[in-house]
Each structure stands twice: as C-alpha cells, then as structure tokens.
Design a protein around this ligand. Structure first.
Ligand SMILES: [Zn+2]
Length: 312
C-alpha cells in the first residue's frame, strides 16, 4: 500500500538513523527536539500531521494586531496552550515587541507573506520580497529564523512549496480545520467548528485579528483540552509525527485533493482524505518526506481580501 518508500530524490540522509515512532511519541517535548538535519519528517506541504497522541496545532493568521493579539496570548498563557502565529511582514514590522513576546512565551512564528499576496500570481522577485523580508523581520524580532510559512488564501503549488524549502528553509503549512472565523459566523459556531472537527494531528485555522475570534478563543482552547487534546506548535506537531512515513503522493489511493486549487470557502475541507495519512504505519522511517503527501487543504480566509480568491 502506501508503504513504498518512493524515493523522491532529494537529500534524505540515512533513514536507519531515524528514531522509531516510540521514541518520537513520548511526552511532549517542550523545547523543540533538534530537527534531523536535512530531513523533513513530513512533506513540504502539510495540512495535517499523522501523530499517535492527542495533539493539535492552533494557528493564527494575519496578525499581529496590537488590539487583539495580546488578548490571544493571554488566553493561551492562562490555559497552558501554545500556538503558531503566521504573521504578515507589514504587521510584524510595526509590532515587533509582540513577536518577541510570542517567542518568549513558547509560541511559534511563521511567515504569511508581507502584503498578504497571492503568491501563485507573483513574480519571483515579488515572492522573494514577500517571504524573505518577512522572515527577516521575524528573525530580527525574535532572534530565531522561522521554519514555516503559510501561503495567503492557501494558494500554493508544488513548485512554490519546493522553492519555499529550497530558498528559505520554510515548510508550507496549510490546515485541515477551517473555522471560517473571518466571516464572523458567531462565537459559538467558531468554537464548535474548531473543537468538533479537530482530530489528532489537526492544524486549526483562526485569525487573531478579529475580536470575535478572541471571544471564541478560550472556548476553543478549553473545548479542545476537554477532549483531551494538547495544544502544541506546528513544529512540535511535526516533531511528534509518526516516523514521517506518510503515504507518497503518487500512490493514487492516497491522493487527496492535492492542491487547494480553488476551493471555495464554503466547502468543508475534504475530511476523508485524512484517513490515508493517519493510518500510516508507524514503524517504518521511510524517506518519503519530500513528497507532496499531505492531506487536505482549503482556501484561507484572509482578512477581508476575499473576493479575488485563487485558482492556482
Ligand atoms: Zn491570511
């Protein structure tokens, strides 16, 4: 089945050295375990991570905002939860103290472009500005280079995913649970979606720039915790990944809707496709990391920039 290692030809160091899932699935590593050099435990594009334990990652896009992000940080802090903030360079450059605080409080910060541009429509030079300059702001504010990026609107493609890693060392992170909070569907609705749709390894999308999202946040965090989930950063989730043995994208059976081509926001993410990954056998450290093996991916709710939605 999806076990065939399917060497994808990138630099994948000796898989035999990889720890088995038993080692990776132990207690939550608070400081991130050292990444295995050059070896992505999962693919270049991730929408959900196959983990054995009850872990999810809550991700916040489009900030930081001095009006709402501090409240989000406070809620996370008092509930012992960690999140991942995909910031725009435009906002981050103006609120670097917020980035420093995020990092100091154990959250992860990723790149969300500078201007919230749809990267699939940008020239190479424009992409370079959107990504490199934002990464530099993060680096300057926190002393740490980001490892993750989230493309605005979820608009990406295989070439971009590859370039993000090759040129910037950034893994492309999508999501499998979309709260659609940017539509302000009501606090309880946002809570119910985030809590109800989460599965082990889920990456949940919210936006920390909306007051209504902040109003829902404690309910989301506590609801997830009541279900037994631990809220970790995306990199921690990836580190907890079961041996990295995701099914290769080339296996037709495992093929989900590969790219988030032009999924309308209305569509729920293709939940079913997750099964393939979640069922991946834990024991084998197959060097499949560099494929496009991931699961679902939906379009993102960017702040107010809805209309021009996608088409890769
Ligand atoms: Zn966005």
């Amino acid at each position: 089945m999806e076990m065939s290692p399917e060497p994808v030809g990138e630099t994948v160091p000796e898989p035999s050295v990889r720890p088995t899932s038993d080692e990776t699935a132990v207690p939550l590593p608070v400081p991130l375990p050292a990444p295995m050099p050059g070896e992505p435990p999962v693919g270049l594009r991730v929408a959900r991570v196959p983990v054995s334990g009850m872990y999810v990652a809550l991700t916040f896009d489009d900030g930081p905002s001095p009006a709402t992000t501090p409240q989000a940080l406070e809620i996370l802090r008092r509930n012992g939860a960690h999140g991942t903030f995909f910031v725009t360079g435009a906002n981050a450059s103006r609120h670097q103290a917020l980035l420093a605080r995020m990092a100091a409080e154990g959250h992860e910060i990723g790149v969300h472009s500078w201007t919230h541009a749809q990267l699939t429509r940008c020239s190479a030079a424009k992409v370079d500005h959107e990504i490199a300059d934002t990464a530099e702001v993060i680096c300057r504010a926190t002393g740490q280079a980001p490892k993750l990026m989230r493309p605005p609107y979820g608009a990406t493609n295989a070439a971009l995913n590859k370039r993000m890693m090759a040129d910037y060392g950034l893994r492309t992170i999508l999501w499998d649970v979309d709260t659609l909070d940017w539509r302000h569907p009501g606090v309880q609705r946002v809570i119910d979606t985030a809590v109800g749709k989460a599965r082990p390894g889920s990456i949940i999308l919210v936006h920390d720039i909306h007051a209504s999202t902040i109003a829902a946040l404690e309910g989301i965090v506590q609801g997830l915790q009541a279900r037994g989930f631990k809220l970790v950063t995306v990199s921690q989730l990836i580190a907890l990944s079961r041996s990295g043995a995701e099914p290769p994208a080339t296996s037709p059976a495992a093929l989900p809707a590969a790219e988030p081509a032009a999924p309308e926001q209305l569509l729920p993410p293709a939940e079913s496709s997750g099964a393939a990954s979640i069922g991946a056998p834990p024991a084998v450290a197959a060097p499949t990391g560099v494929g496009e093996a991931e699961l679902t991916g939906a379009a993102e709710g960017g702040a107010g920039i809805r209309g021009e939605q996608k088409a890769d």
